[in-house]
Design a protein around this ligand. Structure first.
Ligand code: ZN
Ligand code: ZN
Length: 302
């Protein structure tokens, strides 16, 4: 069947703009750190690295992953994004360890912030920029029906909330003179960054190991088989694996032994069309077998 590209140009534009916004936020927040010497503001700045790196992964997914299958890669190039994501997970973990190191130094030798008002204002400007971009991503995600984009927007919104928490803590530290709050806040942000890096690395490795489609998708596949396999007797050994936006699906279809190849193939075409229409990015392969091969375990009766 003809394949339509799963990811379009507007996604490319959004991914590129996300890298730009992420770098701008990183730069402005780093300037706020330099003005104040606050490790909490440093940790808030480094959190933007996560967004820059995930936007780069998205760009790789769109540029490399969207290449059509070729002779050497007949299943496509979707997994390119997982390689970059594993590497990025590792980089994010390194950033978190770096913050722990800096926070530990500040914990041993707490010091008052220099230029707190100006520094907090500059950080606030970058946080507002992030909030605006988060809103835009969620808005476009809804309009373009892209859960990935909406998810990116929601992730960015949690960053904004963290940043507001950091700012509130630093205002408290400045007003009360509790300099120890600065490294403590930085440590809390670093734990959050560490968790994000770990999740990203683990998820990507699981996908590289041919992870199955979600239980929800598998239920929909079974439903589509049940509804469209008229003439066949049973389907079994349903296996799925995902690669980026693609879902590869295979199963055995049991038909009466005397059925003609033409008739069996017609059922297969109908099933393939139904599943591929229901599940975006699905590619279905069906193995036909005569009735004495029917299995009773895990079979979908039709
Ligand atoms: Zn079989
Ligand atoms: Zn065919």
């Amino acid at each position: 069947m003809a394949k339509t590209p799963l990811l379009q140009n507007k996604h490319l534009l959004v991914a590129a703009a996300s890298i730009g916004v992420g770098l701008a936020v990183l730069g402005i927040k780093y300037a706020a750190y330099l003005m104040t010497g606050s490790v909490a503001l440093l940790s808030d700045a480094l959190e933007s690295i996560v967004n820059v790196l995930t936007a780069i992964t998205a760009l790789i997914a769109i540029r490399v992953g969207a290449h059509p299958p070729d002779r050497r890669h007949p299943f496509g190039h979707h997994k390119a994004e997982y390689f970059s994501a594993v590497l990025e997970g590792a980089l994010i973990i390194v950033a978190a360890l770096f913050i722990f190191h800096e926070a530990y130094g500040a914990l041993l030798k707490p010091r008052a912030l220099t230029e707190p008002a100006a520094g907090l204002f500059v950080n606030g400007v970058a946080t507002a920029l992030n909030a605006g971009w988060a809103w835009l991503l969620m808005n476009r995600g809804r309009i373009w029906k892209s859960p990935a984009l909406e998810g990116d927007g929601r992730h960015l919104l949690t960053d904004v909330i963290t940043s507001v928490g950091v700012l509130a803590g630093l205002i408290l530290a400045t007003l009360t003179g509790w300099s120890i709050l600065d490294p403590l806040i930085a440590g809390a942000v670093a734990i959050n960054i560490l968790r994000m890096g770990y999740d990203l690395a683990i998820q990507s490795m699981s996908h590289l190991m041919d992870e199955a489609a979600s239980p929800n998708i598998e239920a929909r596949i079974r439903e589509a088989i049940r509804a469209n396999a008229g003439g066949a007797l049973q389907a079994h050994d349903i296996r799925t694996r995902t690669a980026g936006p693609a879902t590869f699906i295979e199963f055995h279809l049991v038909v009466p032994g005397a059925m003609t190849v033409i008739a069996a193939h017609e059922i297969c075409d109908r099933l393939e069309a139904a599943i591929e229409a229901d599940i975006k990015g699905a590619e279905v392969v069906i193995h036909v077998e005569p009735e004495h091969k029917a299995k009773h375990k895990g079979a979908v009766e039709v």
